[in-house]
Every structure is written in C-alpha cells, then in structure tokens.
Design a protein around this ligand. Structure first.
Ligand SMILES: [Zn+2]
Length: 409
C-alpha cells in the first residue's frame, strides 16, 4: 500500500489526482504533486462556477497534516481562468486550499482543533510548526464559523467585561445564556458605549427585538444602551455583581478601621480577618467559624457592616418579587447607618431597585452564575494566552473556545 492509495482513501478531491509522492532531498518532508484530472473543468474562485482555463501560475506548496514525523506538502500549479460571469481573469479554486494561505484546509482544521485544548504555543511545538501558522488556522476556522453560524432565536443575553493585557484594558463580552444553549456571541474591544453598541448593530434589529432577558452589571452606560436597544426585554441586574459590590464596601470599611485602630494603638483584632469576612459564612470551616464568632463580639463598624451584608444575602431566598422588594427596602433602611461605604450601597440598591427585582420577576431562572461561568472560561483562555500578543489573537481565541453552542444540563 502506498501513500497515494491512503490519501485517496481519506482526502479525495474531485477533479484532481495525486500524481507522485517523493521525499525532499533532506528527507524531512514528503512532497506530493497534484494535477487536474484530465477533462475536468477548472472553477472560478470568485463565483465557484466552472470556467475555461486561461494560463498557469508558478507552482505552490500547500502544507498538509504531518505524517509519521514527516512534513507533508502538496505541490500544485495553480491555473487562472477566464470567467465570463465575473468578467475577469481569476485564479482557480482548489478544494484543499483557501485563498493565499499556505496551509491546506484540513491541516488548519487539525491545528485549530488542538488549539482548543492546548495553548497556541504548545500546539505549534507539538506539530513542529510556528505560532503564526496556528494563528492562521484558528483565524480560518473562526472566520468560517462566524460566517456560517445561525443566530436563530436568542432568548437571553448576558454582558460582562474582562480585563486583558497589563493595565486597564477591557473587553466587552456578550453571551447567549438561554436555558438550553450558552455561547459567546460577540467580543468588543474596550469597554465603551461604542463597543457595546457594536453588538446590537452586528446582531441586527430582528434578533435583538426577540431577546426577552438581558443580564448585566450596574455600569450606567450599559444600562442606558440596554434600555435603548432592548426596551421590551426584562433587564436583570447580575446578582454576582451586587454581591461583589457589597463585598467591596465591606472590605473598605475593614481596611479603614484596621488603619484607624493601628494609629490609635488598639489591639489588632481585625488582623487577617479579610477572607473571614468576605467569604459567605456557609463556606467557612469549623476553625474559621470559631474565629468569626470571636470577632463578631467586638463593637466595630466592620462587624456591623458584615452583619448587614450577611442579612442582605437572604434576599436571594425570596421567590415573590413583592416580598423580595419589601425585604430589599428594609435592608436599605438599615444600611443608611453611619458607615459611609454601606450608605453608598444603600443608594445603589435604591437606584437599581426595579432591575434587582427583575431577577425575581424572571422567576430566578436566569442567574448570573452562567455569565460568571462563561467569563471564567474566557479568563482561562486568556491565561493560556501569554502568546496572544495582539487584540486580534485574543479575540480569535475567545471565539474559538466559546462561540460554538454549548448545551447546558
Ligand atoms: Zn467567476
């Protein structure tokens, strides 16, 4: 059995024949010459229709999947066609290649598949190829995928941002978070009104008009754009962000008070209390519980703020929007204490009351947990990304790992 028999079995291209296989002089690569099958017409690469030949170009090499440690190349002399439909002399279309790329489609698919599991650098190393070729492969696959994806009915979306590179560079990510399907729909450079508006424009009016639920954080420009674009949808404030804000406020109270106590020469009872206070009390171990109970005996602002935060957590146990609203208002009253960061939270809860209660109006079906989960995956993709030198590479990697439909359950 020879190489050509094997190739004809796994990668047979209509209208072309494998002619001859040989080693290169250094014995590192196998070159396989490909020729048009006699009598078969060439096709125009613009309109994909058969067209009469015009002339031939110089030979090209297309890299194929490596075989038993050897590089494999197809050698082919491209023809140009005189296409009457396009009224132009156009280079022919070949089924194994894509435009000017030097990798065959099947090799690009092969590399891209591995690049979902390994970092791009590892993929390049594993197959003795370069980072740039892996980039090409992923770009080809992602471009094809985005051109051919069907958006269909999208019930729910969640928007969030992640920080990338060093410093304060952000990406806006929009996910589909339907009950059955989740996926990344859109990546926007930076976190701006323009970038988020780009999402609405890209999806088109019809898809946007059918969205029933939108989940976001409290960033005012997001809220405004969602009001403008999805006026019919139920807008839900992301539970995760509300809790995160509260933790931030509590942490601020703790840090200030720790500093003050130190200046006043008092016993450092708040020392090493940070995680004790920020963690949900249900997630503490026995020893930590004991320490927490000890800490709560002190009459401190931090303790009062902690108790407010813990009491607030009960909100999520409600089912009825009306009762949740009543509880929220009570919490707000108690938070208007003299602790400044907590006052700020109370104000924010007042300003976003309806959006918070929408969580209950949506019967608690849409939790931010889904967005968080997807965002964590996005961060993992990014962390594997010490090689993603450019925004473009990062964007491709995110679509590559997260944009295909993932069924929940
Ligand atoms: Zn044509």
């Amino acid at each position: 059995m020879d190489l050509i028999t094997i190739l004809n079995r796994c990668h047979h291209f209509r209208g072309f024949v494998y002619h001859h296989a040989r080693f290169t002089p250094d014995h590192k690569s196998i070159e396989i010459s490909v020729r048009p099958r006699q009598g078969s017409a060439s096709h125009c690469s613009r309109c994909h229709q058969p067209a009469p030949g015009y002339d031939q170009l110089t030979g090209r090499r297309f890299e194929f999947i490596p075989f038993w440690g050897f590089f494999v190349f197809f050698l082919y002399t491209m023809r140009r066609v005189d296409c009457r439909r396009c009224h132009a002399i156009v280079v022919e279309e070949v089924p194994w290649g894509d435009g000017k790329r030097t990798l065959t489609k099947v090799y690009m698919l092969f590399l891209a598949r591995w690049a979902r599991h390994l970092s791009w650098k590892e993929t390049a190393l594993a197959f003795h190829t370069s980072w740039d070729k892996v980039f090409d492969a992923v770009e080809h696959v992602v471009t094809w995928g985005l051109e051919h994806r069907s958006l269909g009915q999208i019930d729910a979306i969640g928007v969030d941002e992640i920080q990338y590179a060093k410093g304060h560079k952000y990406l806006t990510l929009v996910y589909q978070i339907d009950l059955s399907v989740t996926r990344l729909l859109w990546v926007g450079k930076e976190r701006t009104i323009e970038s988020f508006q780009g999402f609405f424009t890209a999806m088109g009016k019809q898809v946007i008009a059918n969205i029933c639920f939108v989940c976001s954080d409290m960033w005012e420009p997001y809220l405004k754009l969602i009001r403008q674009n999805c006026s019919e949808a139920l807008h839900i404030l992301d539970r995760f962000h509300i809790v995160a804000n509260m933790n931030k406020a509590l942490d601020q109270v703790r840090a200030e008070e720790t500093g003050r106590m130190k200046r006043e020469g008092r016993a450092p009872v708040l020392k090493k209390s940070r995680w004790l206070l920020l963690r949900h009390s249900e997630n503490l171990g026995a020893e930590q519980h004991f320490r927490l109970r000890d800490l709560l005996r002190y009459n401190l602002k931090t303790v009062r703020a902690y108790l407010l935060k813990e009491a607030f957590q009960q909100l999520w146990d409600y089912n009825s929007p009306a009762w949740a609203g009543k509880f929220l208002d009570e919490c707000r009253q108690t938070m208007r204490s003299r602790i400044e960061p907590m006052k700020k939270i109370a104000r924010s809860l007042r300003n976003h009351r309806e959006l918070i209660l929408n969580y209950f109006r949506a019967q608690k079906l849409l939790s931010s947990g889904v967005v968080e989960g997807l965002n964590n995956k996005a961060k993992v993709t990014m962390r594997k990304s010490y090689g993603f030198r450019t925004y473009r590479a990062l964007e491709l990697a995110l679509y590559h790992t997260l944009a295909s439909c993932q069924n929940r359950n």
